[in-house]
Ligand binder design. Structure first.
Ligand SMILES: *[C@@H]1O[C@H](CO)[C@@H](O)[C@H](O)[C@H]1NC(C)=O
Ligand SMILES: *[C@@H]1O[C@H](CO)[C@@H](O)[C@H](O)[C@H]1NC(C)=O
Ligand SMILES: *[C@@H]1O[C@H](CO)[C@@H](O)[C@H](O)[C@H]1NC(C)=O
Ligand SMILES: *[C@@H]1O[C@H](CO)[C@@H](O)[C@H](O)[C@H]1NC(C)=O
Ligand SMILES: *[C@@H]1O[C@H](CO)[C@@H](O)[C@H](O)[C@H]1NC(C)=O
Ligand SMILES: *[C@@H]1O[C@H](CO)[C@@H](O)[C@H](O)[C@H]1NC(C)=O
Length: 572
């Protein structure tokens, strides 16, 4: 699971110096009322949007050129580019895509998933990207693969990572590491003593004013508001912790408009609390996705998307009921929703900010920031709250009577899935690189449980593009949880999954999810270890074998070394 709210409650006690909140007028955070465009804002989920399709067509071409160069750098004899290498053929069946891949030599569409796991996942996942990124030094045999990605998804701690990249216009990991993460994680605002210190007072007051401004604009505040705001100060460069950044504004960044970057997707889960009183997400919980163009779900019962820019607007049957709302898709609120572990407590949270209080948890501080003066906040204010864009929408019977969608961390619930693979089971993706930094074992390393849960949910939902994933017992007995492994090498009907789990090559990277403060040397040690995860600790055959795994089902003649690689890395 991504993070236990109980461990936060228990571990994060602190001395408190209460001070009167400043009530200065704010700006920036509150949603904005605007005139609605006359175009369609809500649609049934019958394929990716035309906006996404046109982005992908361009991005895939660039990614394919980068893949071509990386493959050639690994082994000159990789066959690429038989005339259709970078042509994105639009939306077709998986079978059709596979035929093109095998017959016309097109490039595989590659996606990366960055799992949940708090700062452990952010830093480890960041190191993995650093290892794959050709802009970083020193180069390794796998440098250049980041440039070959068409999509990237993040969940919880992985969404912090992805937001820090996409929300800052795609800098290198080393630059955000030096200029933002090292200091922010050392002076972590999630540590209550730091949060309530005199030094952090301007941030504390700004966050409180932001939440009040949202409430004054008529939107129910949630614990996710201060949570997302506080996290953002360590993730986003923009003024006041990136207060102006939204999910939809990512699409106007210069690297996005020039197709230099993979298309970013952040996931979260729906809760059925207000539908049937079930608070903890069940194995069939609705999987939602946020991206620059749209928010929504492919799942039966919702099966619809809304333009992200107009999240917050009240809709009935797909039509706005009044003026439109923008800026509700504030990026901190989205990444806070994706990492919202607070609702798993399934009960109201007290707030106690009396001057005498000496011992307060982060949760109580967040509750106070959400509703100052109130004795606590009710259960529904523990969710990421979104005015339901799918009210009375014909394809969305599961939520059509719900006024507000109540969202939680994508990695919580009965059958928790820490890897945001779901969006890629609904798109034509050939290769999914799954960087799993989940904490399943007592040492906070993955053991295959979470990717297995995704496979089981996919089977239950009738999705066929996920390769068979074995049991956690098999992962552990064969050591698949400690080394890169390929799934689906031999099945044309599924994607190939390149599974790369967290492992302690050079640094004790099994840090608990509840660790919310890292000294600079720890941040650097975690990221450096992540680079080794991308590069399998420098193992000599890895760049070639990774390239072989990616090209396995291309129908091209592969370098002779590949057959040994398949024996070593292909599980099935
Ligand atoms: C984004 O743009 C900057 C400035 O042009 C460039 O240095 C950087 O490498 C770009 N990022 C990517 C992913 O290409
Ligand atoms: C999950 O399954 C249960 C039992 O069939 C059903 O009542 C519930 O509505 C389903 N939830 C979703 C999100 O589809
Ligand atoms: C708030 O904390 C103080 C000091 O710990 C305690 O005496 C008081 O009872 C608490 N109030 C509530 C409402 O919990
Ligand atoms: C894997 O991790 C899960 C979650 O912590 C645990 O329940 C399970 O027993 C573990 N399985 C193995 C084989 O270690
Ligand atoms: C990795 O973990 C193993 C098992 O706990 C331990 O023996 C080893 O020293 C660790 N390596 C590093 C670099 O932390
Ligand atoms: C990191 O630095 C702190 C002090 O700044 C020190 O106490 C700690 O031992 C260092 N940790 C490592 C892993 O070097």
């Amino acid at each position: 699971m991504s993070m236990s709210p109980f461990s936060l409650l228990v571990l994060l006690h602190a001395a408190l110096t209460a001070a009167a909140p400043a009530r200065r007028a704010t700006n920036g955070y509150a949603p904005i009322t605007t005139t609605c465009p006359s175009t369609q804002l809500v649609r049934q989920a019958d394929g990716i949007s035309s906006a996404e399709a046109s982005y992908i067509a361009q991005r895939y071409q660039k990614a394919s050129q980068a893949l071509d160069s990386w493959l050639k750098s690994v082994d000159e004899s990789f066959e690429t580019g038989q005339g259709h290498w970078g042509d994105w053929h639009g939306q077709h069946s998986k079978r059709q895509w596979t035929e093109w891949w095998q017959q016309q030599g097109r490039a595989p569409v590659i996606a990366l998933t960055s799992s949940g796991g708090g700062y452990r996942a952010q830093l480890t996942g960041g190191g993995v990207i650093k290892g794959f990124d050709s802009r970083e030094a020193p180069e390794t045999g796998v440098s250049g693969l980041y440039q070959a990605l068409t999509y990237q998804a993040g969940l919880s701690g992985g969404s912090w990572l992805l937001s820090s990249i996409a929300g800052n216009d795609y800098p290198t990991i080393s630059s955000i590491q030096t200029n933002l993460w090292e200091t922010a994680l050392q002076n972590s605002l999630l540590v209550p003593q730091i949060l309530v210190s005199q030094q952090a007072r301007p941030i504390y007051n700004t966050v409180q004013a932001d939440v009040q401004a949202k409430a004054a604009a008529g939107f129910e505040p949630s614990i996710v508001d201060p949570w997302g705001r506080l996290l953002s100060y360590g993730l986003l460069y923009g003024a006041d912790g990136g207060v102006q950044d939204t999910m939809s504004s990512i699409a106007s960044g210069s690297n996005f408009t020039s197709y230099n970057a993979p298309y970013p997707i952040i996931t979260a889960l729906g809760s059925d609390l207000s539908i049937n009183g079930v608070c903890i997400p069940q194995p069939n919980a609705t999987q939602y996705e946020f991206h620059p163009y749209e928010f929504g779900s492919w799942d039966t019962g919702v099966d619809a998307f809304v333009l992200s820019e107009y999240l917050g607007t009240s809709f009935s049957a797909g039509k706005p009921t009044s003026n439109c709302i923008t800026h509700y898709d504030q990026l901190g609120y989205v990444l806070g929703t994706s990492s919202n572990v607070f609702a798993s407590a399934c009960s109201a949270v007290p707030a106690n900010m009396t001057a005498e209080a000496t011992s307060l948890s982060l949760v109580e501080n967040l509750a106070y920031l959400t509703a100052p003066g109130a004795p606590g906040i009710p259960e529904e204010a523990l969710f990421g709250l979104f005015p339901n864009p799918f009210q009375n929408f014909p394809s969305s019977p599961h939520v059509s009577t719900q006024k507000t969608l109540e969202l939680v961390d994508g990695g919580v619930g009965v059958a928790y899935q820490g890897n945001p693979i779901w969006p890629f089971l609904h798109r034509n993706i050939d290769v999914i690189i799954v960087n799993d930094n989940s904490a399943d074992t007592v040492g906070n390393f993955p053991n295959g449980t979470e990717i297995l849960h995704t496979y089981e949910a996919a089977v239950a939902a009738g999705l066929t593009t996920m390769p068979v994933i074995p049991s956690a017992e098999t992962f552990v007995s064969k050591g698949l949880h400690q080394k890169p492994t390929f799934f689906g090498c031999n099945s044309d009907e599924t994607a190939t999954i390149i599974y790369i789990p967290n492992y302690n090559y050079t640094y004790p990277s099994g840090q608990p999810t509840s660790k919310i403060q890292y000294y600079k040397n720890e941040t650097d040690g975690m990221v450096a270890n992540g680079v080794q995860i991308a590069n399998y600790g420098g193992k000599a055959d890895w760049p070639l074998c990774l390239a072989c795994g990616i090209m396995k089902k291309s129908g091209n003649t592969l370098p002779s070394g590949c057959s040994g690689c398949f024996e070593e890395y292909c599980y099935n």
